[in-house]
Design a protein around this ligand. Structure first.
Ligand SMILES: [Zn+2]
Length: 1167
């Protein structure tokens, strides 16, 4: 019975080991005998799982008992054979052994011995191989193995083995597997390179011998790891690696046969290495020298329609874009053409900003120009506006033929390269001499000169590798390559590149006469006026429903056209709640808007009112689905861009719109809109016409590239040279049967929802005049990618989309998102003022302060009138004013986030409605709303800042009253409430838009994550309010974050939480894009959805209305409520006292907001 026998053999070993202390030669002999026998048994019959589970520890003990194995290679070898036999078994059998090996750190033991055995000429070599075999199998279970390999200094011997057994089909794979495990760690990878490991690996990776395909695949992966960081890549490019890889990729392409699929995979992997390599300056240089551009482009074009090559194509595009020398944007000066003179004493802010821009705007250096000319056809480098010369090979057909001819002639050189590589075991100097011969050859083939130096895109790049064993941490750098693509999104959509700078620049000194802190007296003098609701005599407010100021008797043509389409857009609202806000009649809106626009003060002269704004454009009445990404079209787009770089277009390159030359030339005093007339008249001009001199618009320049393609450049925020994200412009004079391509070429964010199904929005005046006044999503073949513009550390991104306009000679508006201008807000306020129910509601509009450019910053107050003889049946409905607490809501601190305004509009509409929930909210709370914290930014088409060049949402810590009045005074309001008023603020929420995420969600403050260390004594209740939204359509709890990072020090929610001790202080982020959860899954966000989010926000507020959050006693049950996931059940856990109020409100909440609360409870259960 072999099993029993093996069993007993193991038992004998166990006993012998037990006796070890009195170790004798006999003892050792017995062990040796047993091990040999076991090996014989295993050879005859595979070990079974039961046996291994029983004896795994004995094996490990036995191995570890060999403290000094150098004197007994034979025994060690036999033990390793036993282990190998077991490890070769199925998973189940070997698992106990692997566990025991890892647990006892056998890896360290083996590595420790590896050095000793490797020096031995005889059996030691054999043992060294066996150790490698064991390590290769169990290595990936030990996360610290790469570190250990460095510590025990065994990398050299591993590389040594690799050199010896390079083409050994049995041994080489083992070594490669182990190297793969090692090289994943960047520091160990660097150690491998130092041990000269790259050369033999590269030789294997670039073999053209099909017999070694497997080895080739593994070694390519190792090489990829060995070039994973910039430093590693820089080190690797000290050889001719880039050129060699290109040569092999090209040769494989030519020699493809039945092994086509295999070849594709190999080529992809080689390109991945190449992508790593070109991240270093030297790599890019080699790539250009080897004519990599034309080579890859040709390879890519040949397989464009083949889906098997999609990854190959993507990688090729990436590499090519990465290797393009940065070009400057076709602008004289990237600084904002709109300047605003800051108050006296603050000029330095703009001066600083100008200095920051300096490296960007410095005259294109002749040096750089020369270099680029050498690489690319010179016409591409012409200064903006100049006509491009037609290069000889500009038409498509010639392109391919030239490329093909050149590559054919090249193959001879590349073959030699590959052969040399394969055969060469020579030294470096040997290689170099071959290279130097080859270089001119390649150049002659192409008849194109090549630059020898590149503009350095990475000034920080250091060629010196300083990493060593001293760095002890274990960064598994597998992802390091991705890191710059990673979404660095944070709460306010701030790009990290600017965060730091904003942060350091944010402390703008206060003028001497401005006090830093304000006492209660001062606060009360300044802000008492904004709290009239408390002082107003009740009787004054008991008015009958007032007549509206505007009479809607006059029915213009326009209003008739509009009105018949109104209900359709509201069906979505009706679906989910019977609530329907009071929409202002269009003609009335139009009149009001036109009047109010006169008092909107901009930093430069507007020439018109935008049609969709002045006529109150609607949401498209149907769902608009997220676009499915069409990878093939994206690739085609990218390749066509590369084609444009290689073979610049000849016919057009004309500037058709230049804001810089138009700014402030306008003499128009009364703004109006004549789009209707323009739609009817034909223009003699043969290109698209653009306009952006109106509120919130920001197109800077339009350049016609071909008949149907236009490059567009956006204006930066006023007084800056950056923050390009928002866009809004008018386009006209189009032909409906053409497909236009727009490229907006100066975005700065590293990624965009435009790559995730989002489309821009468009409004057609022609459609509007025919009864379809809708903003709708448009654009095909949308793609967002890094382009070739920029300098130094600055890079730009392109948004490209194709568009087919619905009509000839139309006037269309295209925007990043549904615009909501300052004048729209003021018009809405007039509408609210004229329509609210004066018998029940207290609504007040005041001017909180003036902005820098003297616009009013409105403050709205909403609550219920307090009626003793209440209209409602329930006597407890109305709570005396002095018992109500405050809810402070703000929005649009970032001017580009128009979605925040639509949510805010939804909230205000709802709060002023006669919905029962709204009534309860008005009963419980006094709402203080600052709907637009940054009117100046909104008006001037900025994306992020105010006129003072700063992100206002970083100024809350100590807002400068002169530069940031809206923040200063909003904070003043909060200070007044917390200092002078006994009534607390229940909740603060600042509304934002998020450009890189879907759905809507919250950011809050977790006191445990405070950047100054855990905030002791503060409640963690903050997480609970967002949880109440579970189940609300479009809400994503997963996206909510509760961090308090240092970079956010000056942002609203953190300062409000810190300084005024408001636990429920939030940032709400609404998507620009669409939804991937819940009811709205797969649809793009629309104006109506954003407004519904506002309504839902109110309906969730009612849930906290029931819970008194003032005292700790009530916080506990409130928290428990969610921990147990019972859903919302106030009946069970009502706070003590005031029984009546509780029951009435919970009854009303369950009836009125039934949709949201029932949804939330079901979802809660499901979790
Ligand atoms: Zn924001």
């Amino acid at each position: 019975m072999p099993l029993n026998k093996t069993d007993s053999l193991f038992a004998r070993i166990g006993q012998a080991l037990g006796r070890e202390k009195t170790s004798t030669a006999d003892n050792k002999e017995e062990i040796r005998y047993a091990v040999r026998k076991i090996n014989q048994h295993f050879y005859a019959e595979k070990p079974n799982a039961e046996l291994i589970a029983k004896h795994a520890n004995v094996i490990v003990d036995l191995l570890l008992s060999m403290h000094n194995c150098s004197d007994d290679f034979e025994l060690l070898s036999h033990i390793l054979i036993t282990i190998r036999e077991i490890l070769d078994c199925d998973k189940k059998t070997r698992r106990p052994l692997v566990k025991a090996l890892i647990k006892n750190d056998v890896c360290s033991f083996l590595l420790h011995n590896l050095r000793a055995v490797a020096d031995d000429r005889g059996l030691g070599q054999e043992v060294a191989l066996q150790i490698h075999q064991v390590l290769a199998i169990i290595g990936h279970h030990d996360k610290r193995l790469p570190l250990k390999a460095r510590l025990f200094k065994t990398i050299g011997s591993t590389i040594g083995l690799l050199r010896v057994y390079s083409y050994n089909a049995k041994i080489c794979p083992v070594i490669l597997t182990l190297l793969k495990i090692y090289a994943k760690n960047a520091i160990t990878a660097s150690a491998i390179c130092r041990a000269q490991g790259l050369q033999p690996l590269l030789r294997l990776a670039l073999t053209l011998d099909r017999r070694h395909a497997k080895l080739q695949k593994s070694s390519i992966t190792v090489v990829r790891y060995l070039t994973q960081t910039k430093k590693l890549a820089a080190r690797a490019t000290s050889t001719s690696i880039v050129r060699d890889i290109l040569a092999v990729v090209f040769l494989m392409d030519k020699s493809q046969g039945q092994n086509r699929i295999r070849t594709i995979k190999l080529k992809e992997n080689l390109l991945k290495v190449l992508l790593n390599l070109v991240k270093s300056k030297n790599g890019r240089l080699q790539f250009l020298e080897a004519n990599g551009f034309y080579l890859l482009y040709e390879l890519a074009m040949n397989v464009l329609q083949n889906d098997n090559f999609s990854t190959f194509l993507d990688l090729s595009c990436h590499i090519m874009i990465h290797c393009c020398p940065r070009q400057q944007l076709p602008l004289e000066n990237i600084f904002s053409p709109v300047r605003y003179t800051l108050p006296q004493g603050y000029d330095y802010i703009v001066t600083n900003e100008l200095m920051n821009a300096e490296p960007e705007i410095c005259k294109e250096s002749d040096d750089m120009r020369e270099k680029s000319k050498l690489i690319f056809p010179p016409s591409e480098q012409n200064s903006p506006g100049e006509q491009r010369a037609r290069p000889k090979s500009s038409s498509n057909s010639t392109t391919t033929t030239t490329a093909r001819a050149s590559s054919a002639s090249k193959s001879s050189t590349t073959v030699t390269t590959a052969n040399r590589l394969k055969s060469s075991k020579g030294t470096r100097s040997d290689k170099k001499s071959v290279e130097s011969k080859k270089k001119p050859n390649l150049n002659r083939n192409k008849q194109r000169q090549i630059s020898t130096t590149l503009d350095d895109n990475d000034p920080d790049e250091t060629e010196e590798d300083t990493m060593g064993l001293a760095e002890d941490e274990e960064p598994d750098d597998e992802d390091s390559g991705k890191s710059d693509e990673e979404d660095e999104e944070d709460e306010d959509d701030e790009d990290d590149r600017f965060t730091k700078e904003n942060f350091t620049n944010s402390s703008i000194p206060l003028p001497n006469n401005e006090p830093v802190t304000r006492d209660a007296y001062e606060l009360s003098v300044a802000y008492e006026q904004f709290f009239d609701e408390i002082n107003d005599p009740i009787n004054i407010l008991r008015l009958k429903r007032a007549q509206t100021i505007f009479d809607s008797r006059t029915q213009s043509l326009l209003s008739r056209l509009f009105e018949n389409t109104l209900p359709a857009s509201l069906t979505r609202l009706a679906e989910r709640s019977r609530f329907c806000y009071k929409r202002m009649p269009t003609n009335l809106f139009c009149q009001t808007y036109s009047i109010l626009a006169k008092s909107t003060k901009s930093a430069y002269c507007f020439t018109k009112l935008a049609f969709p704004d002045v006529f109150n454009a609607l949401s498209y009445p149907r769902y608009e689905l997220m676009q499915k990404s069409d990878e093939r079209s994206v690739r085609t787009t990218l390749l066509s861009d590369i084609h444009r770089i290689l073979y610049p277009p000849s016919i057009y390159n004309r500037t058709v719109y230049d804001f810089d030359t138009l700014v402030n030339r306008s003499t128009i005093t009364t703004l109006s809109n004549d789009d209707e007339q323009r739609c009817r008249t034909q223009s003699a001009v043969d290109h698209l016409m653009f306009d952006s001199q109106f509120e919130s618009a920001n197109l800077r320049k339009a350049i016609q590239v071909t008949e149907e393609e236009y490059d567009l450049i956006l204006r930066p925020d006023v007084n800056t040279f950056r923050h390009h994200q928002w866009f809004y412009f008018e386009v006209s004079n189009m032909r409906h049967n053409l497909t236009y391509r727009f490229n907006i070429i100066n975005f700065e964010k590293i990624n965009s929802q435009f790559n995730a199904g989002m489309q821009p929005v468009m409004f057609s005046v022609h459609d509007a005049l025919n009864g379809r006044p809708f903003w709708r999503r448009i654009g095909e073949k949308i793609s967002y990618y890094k382009n070739i513009y920029g300098r130094k550390k600055k890079v730009y991104y392109t948004l490209t989309f194709n568009i087919q306009f619905p009509h000839d000679n139309d006037v269309c508006y295209i925007a990043y998102h549904f615009p909501y201008t300052y004048t729209t807000l003021m018009t809405d306020i007039v509408n609210w003022t004229n329509t609210y129910d004066r018998t029940n509601i207290y609504f007040r509009q005041q001017v909180l302060c003036k902005t820098l450019s003297e616009n009013d910053c409105p403050l709205l107050t909403i609550t219920n009138l307090y009626n003793q003889n209440d209209l409602y049946q329930d006597e407890n409905q109305t709570i005396p004013l002095h018992e109500r607490t405050y809810i402070v809501l703000t929005a649009r601190v970032h001017p580009g986030e128009s979605n925040a305004s639509w949510v805010m509009k939804g909230i205000i509409d709802y709060l002023l409605s006669d919905e029962p929930t709204a009534r309860i909210l008005r009963d419980r709370y006094i709402f203080k709303i600052v709907p637009m914290l940054n009117p100046d930014g909104v008006i001037n088409g900025c994306s992020r800042c105010s006129l003072a060049t700063k992100d206002l949402n970083r100024q809350w810590s100590s807002p400068n009253p002169t530069l940031f009045p809206t923040i200063y005074h909003t904070k003043g309001l909060l200070a007044y409430l917390s200092t002078c008023s006994s009534r607390p603020i229940t909740l603060f929420c600042d509304f934002h838009g998020h450009s890189r995420q879907k759905n809507f969600f919250f950011y809050g403050n977790d006191p445990r994550c405070h950047f100054l260390g855990p905030a002791v004594g503060r409640s963690t209740i903050t997480k609970l309010f967002p949880k109440l939204f579970t189940g609300i359509p479009g809400f994503s709890l997963q996206s909510c974050l509760f961090t308090m990072r240092k970079q956010k020090e000056g942002c609203a929610r953190i300062v409000v939480w810190d300084e005024f001790k408001i636990d429920l202080a939030y940032t709400m982020e609404a998507t620009y894009s669409g939804f991937d959860v819940g009811l709205y899954k797969g649809i793009q966000v629309q104006i109506s959805t954003l407004q519904i989010i506002g309504h839902d926000f109110c309906q969730v507020l009612i849930k906290i209305a029931d819970l008194e959050l003032k005292t700790a006693e009530t916080i506990v049950p409130f928290e428990e409520l969610f921990i147990t996931n019972d859903g919302y059940q106030p009946e069970k856990r009502a706070p003590n006292g005031d029984e009546k109020r509780r029951s009435s409100s919970s009854a009303s909440s369950s009836s009125s907001s039934s949709s949201s609360s029932s949804l939330s409870s079901t979802d809660g259960d499901a979790r």
